[in-house]
Design a protein around this ligand. Sequence first.
Ligand code: DAH
Length: 356
Amino acid sequence: MADIKSVKTKIAAQIEAATDLQTLDDIRVSALGKKGEVSLMMRELGKMSVEEKKVMGPALNGLKNDLNALVDAKKSDLENAALEAALSSETMDMSLPVLRHQGTLHPVPQVMEEMAVIFSDMGFSVAEGPDIEDDFHNFTALNFPPGHPARDMHDTFFMSAIEGEEEKKVLRTHTSPVQIRTMINQKPPIRIIAPGRTYRCDSDQTHTPMFHQVEGLVIDKDIHMGHLKGVLMDFISAFFETDVDVQFRPHHFPFTEPSAEMDVRYERDGAAIKIGQGDKWMEILGCGMVHPNVLRACGLDPDEYQGFAFGMGVDRLAMLKYGMPDLRDMFAADTRWLGHYGFDPLLQANLATGLS
Ligand code: DAH
């Protein structure tokens, strides 16, 4: 019995003195393991008389249980202390940007952002308008008279009739109605771009029923076609991040006079299209001087104010810049396609370190 007491005191002191989990476990094994001190003492029971066993059996079991309890208590103390130490030394700054992320930015918002960066550097701001438009903003105010054949060319989606309203709303067929909303709500000088979704009932390899445009509008007292050409030439070289040779070709739009289309020089390099140099021309956008009828529809006096406007397809420019072969893939929401053509959402387009 005296032995049991001194063994308990000795081992309890060792347990108490342990400063790490490994040392604690070594102590446990040397006391309670198969060949441990306590286990060896228990083996002695076999040699004892029945009387002795009655006393020593429970005493040894008690010793074993007490030591196990002490080890368990010490173990949880040490684990808690280790956790406390880790919590106070390992810090985590939740305001830092993530290092690993899977999502990518779709090329359409990427390209819209690139355009906004270029035009804002030239003093433009970004305007927006609704996707569901009325006939006035989408057509009439843009000098498409009722019944004019140019309306049919727009393959318009009409909304169902709303009770009590005579006229059906449309899904805007272009971003040009934002010109009208801006001129009605804002006094010149005006310098805006309007990126957004547009809709036409059309679908094949180069057309999707929903697509994206960026509109531009500049109105002031002394704006002429030289400004139009300068802005668009600077824009297109900045966008393609290389010198791009362009030509302006006469065209017709109801809302501009004169009207033009701008073509860029390009060449084919195998399956790839290289923009900038070459012997072929590709149409890239429509533009012109805002028609006096459009200014009048917005309450502006054409003898006092003039300006220019332009409109371009974002999806097509994205395909040309980043080499995507099929327009329809753009809107298929395929994560493999997005993984390949998508952009790092944390690297925002800017003119200082490069757009893309
Ligand atoms: N709205 C025209 C379209 O969707 C594009 C366009 C052409 C816009 C000439 C303009 C412009 O502002 O001046 O086909």
